[in-house]
Design a protein around this ligand. Structure first.
Ligand code: HEC
Length: 698
């Protein structure tokens, strides 16, 4: 009875427009609408954290990478499995209450979680699978028949005609504002990307309510920043999408949307100009989608410097003033802090000169912004010297040669010789996002320090005379990741396709259509093309299988192509630069000064030889508590750790059943505080897992 009264009261508060964030709850992605991963629960604290024990585990029916960060509403934990089945668990026991999905017809794309909406008794879970946004009854897991088309909306709907057959999914939960859900989109990053419109749908009906064009139409602001006057309807320019999720200030009615680069990623000769609103933080009126202000972090992006995470909404002090601020982390390792209302930067931003491109037809932007403070939270290529080659590398000379040869200038544009990209393609900061203490104005960010070699090659000449149709399709769509000779680059996460016969053709066909993990899907490849491609992959292609379909002829739209994703690694597969390879930083956004920085994670083989912790690659963010703790999994080494948030001292660690590339969630049920994390492994060559593990004090 008491429980019902309390939840009714909370509901009423929620609906009657009290927008104060309740930090005892974890009802939304990354904790709350401010995406601070922050909780005021204090039962688990620095004095007792070493007594944490596994309270329950949930084993999902499918396994593999889970990037999912759960939400908890009224004692029910909602999440998504590796194969994108949504589920509800009793948050105190881990007992499954319902599951929506189908293990046999598994989706490969990862999901970062779900969104929750309620109005009276109508309680919904909004989640995406492939291109579909589903509304499920939160109590039963059944589709809400009155939403869209029998419970779902195809996210292609409402996009312009040019998007029709293109790869569109959404793997980050939408952001709820009143009766709207505003949707992130994941698109191709090549010339075949759909336009990355930001769209709000009615949570009740599924109807499209507003659209913001990130590639502006002629009458819209930002249109003048594209030399190509038809960029918005060009089928070989696209993206500028938000894939990382958003934050919302419900009190002000303002949505904060970070966007990614325009496509294609690494050659911008067909999209000269600054390319607004790619690589921007957009402040939009949440009710109408109208722009209030924007800031662009990478002008004419040719490095894939998508904004990787939602911004943090917090408060900072300037003298006697307390300012509602918004902080955006970047793959480059910067934090930019703005006044939420005006978009004024709270630390000076310098426009620093950047080098020109040596590629024909390309025009790199002459300068790029750098905040005076805080200093970057990850090492920068231009600061490295030969002393920064890994002391553990057996092939030091080889690494040195590559290091000397490659372009290490700040914002060196893609070239034919190779650019030393540090922070790497995934950042710096990545999709896990930063945590923050919103009252104290402290930001907590984990980062990768992985260098990559970025190199281009002329597109012409790749398809020699006699190239068969299937091979041509392969070279066109697949070789950038799986290599021209299909050997892939296993260490960088791109599997070889040379022995693909061991997989059924059904599996391969599905991979091509839907993609998986870091591989986009290719729904635009027709059935005829796919038959030729699969025949080629299986070594069964006959010359007479049919002419290359016409779309392919005008396909290689860029004179240069990216040669693929190559990590700078030593002969053991460890990072070629000296540690730390993963870090965790606490940054005071009141002053721009660092409170502390520590190494995050370790390398087992080096630890056994007695070396100090190296840090390691990590994906997934931290959880911050007012009780004084910072929890983080994320590391390739498969550990779950708790740090003292004031000092960065490690207080506790445990080994998870599989590495957790996901952000945990903390919540309280029946007076007991839990912290739960999804352990799917698989990424970075780690073993697969299928569990969600919740910890609590005994
Ligand atoms: C942007 C990079 C990228 C592109 C382009 C790409 N792939 Fe992949 N592919 C990957 C990655 C990464 C994986 C591993 C996915 C995972 O398991 O999480 C993969 C996995 C696969 C697999 C499964 C391999 C196995 O043994 O499990 C197949 C088959 C495949 N890709 C085929 C293709 C084909 C065919 C194309 C072109 C139409 C293509 N890929 C284009 C990145 C890419």
């Amino acid at each position: 009875m008491k429980f019902i009264l309390l939840s009714t009261l909370l509901c009423t508060l929620f609906i009657s427009g009290s927008h104060k964030i309740d930090y005892t709850q974890w009802r939304e992605y990354l904790g709350g609408p401010d995406r601070n991963h922050y909780s005021t629960l204090t039962q688990i604290n620095p004095d007792n954290v070493h007594k944490l024990k596994v309270a329950w585990t949930y084993s999902a029916p499918d396994s593999g990478q889970m990037q999912m960060s759960p939400i908890i509403v009224d004692g029910v934990l909602y999440g998504v499995t590796a194969a994108v089945q949504a589920f509800a668990l009793d948050a105190a026991t881990g007992r499954e209450l319902w599951r929506f999905g189908d293990t046999l017809n598994a989706w490969h794309s990862t999901s970062r979680g779900v969104a929750y909406w309620e109005h009276g008794d109508d309680r919904r879970i909004l989640f995406t699978r492939g291109p579909d946004l589903w509304a499920l009854d939160a109590q039963t897991g059944k589709p809400v028949e009155t939403f869209g088309n029998a419970g779902h909306v195809d996210l292609h709907d409402g996009l312009p005609e040019i998007a029709r057959n293109k790869f569109i999914i959404s793997n980050t939960p939408g952001t709820i504002f009143e009766n709207l859900i505003v949707m992130p989109l994941r698109l191709s990053e090549g010339a075949d990307a759909a336009p990355g419109d930001i769209r709000a749908f009615d949570v009740v009906t599924g109807k499209l309510v507003w659209t913001f064009h990130t590639i502006p139409y002629p009458s819209e602001g930002g249109y003048e920043t594209w030399d190509n006057k038809e960029a918005y309807l060009n089928t070989e320019i696209g993206a500028a999408n938000n894939w990382a999720g958003m934050a919302v200030d419900r009190e002000a009615g303002v949505l904060f949307v970070p966007t990614g680069s325009a496509s294609p990623d690494f050659y911008g000769g067909r999209r000269k100009g600054a390319n607004l609103y790619a690589n921007c933080l957009l402040a939009l009126d949440a009710r109408t989608g109208k722009k209030i202000w924007h800031y662009q972090f990478t002008r004419h992006d040719i490095w894939d410097r998508d904004l990787p995470a939602p911004p943090n909404l917090l408060r900072v002090k300037r003298g006697d003033r307390t300012i509602d601020a918004v902080a955006q982390i970047t793959k480059q390792g910067y934090v930019f802090v703005f006044d939420r209302k005006t978009g004024q930067p709270l630390f000076d931003i310098e426009d620093r000169a950047a080098p020109p491109s040596s590629l024909t037809g390309e025009q790199a932007w002459p300068n790029q912004p750098v905040p005076a403070l805080p200093k970057p939270f990850a090492r920068q290529a231009h600061e490295l010297t030969e002393n920064d080659i890994s002391p553990y590398a057996d092939n030091r000379d080889e690494l040195l040669q590559t290091f000397r040869r490659s372009d290490k200038r700040w914002h060196a544009p893609p070239n034919l010789e190779g650019v030393f990209l540090l922070p790497g393609y995934d950042g710096g900061a990545e999709w896990g996002g930063a945590g923050a203490d919103p009252e104290e104005g402290i930001l907590y960010v984990n980062a990768n320090e992985m260098a990559w070699i970025m190199q281009m090659e002329p597109a012409a000449g790749k398809m020699a005379a006699g190239t068969t149709p299937g091979e041509a399709i392969y070279l066109n769509y697949c070789a950038s990741c799986h290599k021209t000779d299909r050997s892939g680059n296993a260490q960088s996460g791109f599997p070889s396709l040379l022995k693909i016969h061991r997989r059924g053709k059904g599996f391969v066909n599905k991979m091509i259509r839907t993609g998986k993990g870091m591989m986009p899907g290719f729904p635009q490849i027709s059935e005829t093309e796919k038959a030729a491609l699969v025949a080629f992959l299986y070594g069964e292609e006959k010359k007479e299988i049919g002419a290359v379909v016409t779309t392919l002829e005008n396909k290689s739209s860029t004179p240069y192509e990216h040669t693929g994703y190559h990590k700078f690694l030593d002969s053991e597969g460890l990072p070629g630069i000296a540690p730390p390879w993963g870090t965790l930083s606490a940054i005071d956004l009141n002053t721009g000064a660092y409170r502390w920085r520590v190494t995050l994670g370790d390398t087992e083989t080096l630890r056994q030889k007695g070396h100090a912790p190296t840090g390691c690659e990590n994906y997934g963010g931290p959880v911050i508590t007012s009780g004084g703790l910072l929890f983080i999994a994320a590391t390739k080494d498969g550990k779950f750790r708790a740090f003292d948030k004031k000092t960065g001292v490690l207080l506790w660690e445990t080994t998870l059943p599989a590495a957790a590339f996901a952000t945990p969630a903390t919540y309280q049920v029946n007076g007991k505080q839990y912290i739960a994390v999804a352990c799917g492994g698989e990424k970075l060559g780690t073993a697969k897992g299928n569990q969600v593990v919740a910890f609590a004090l005994e």
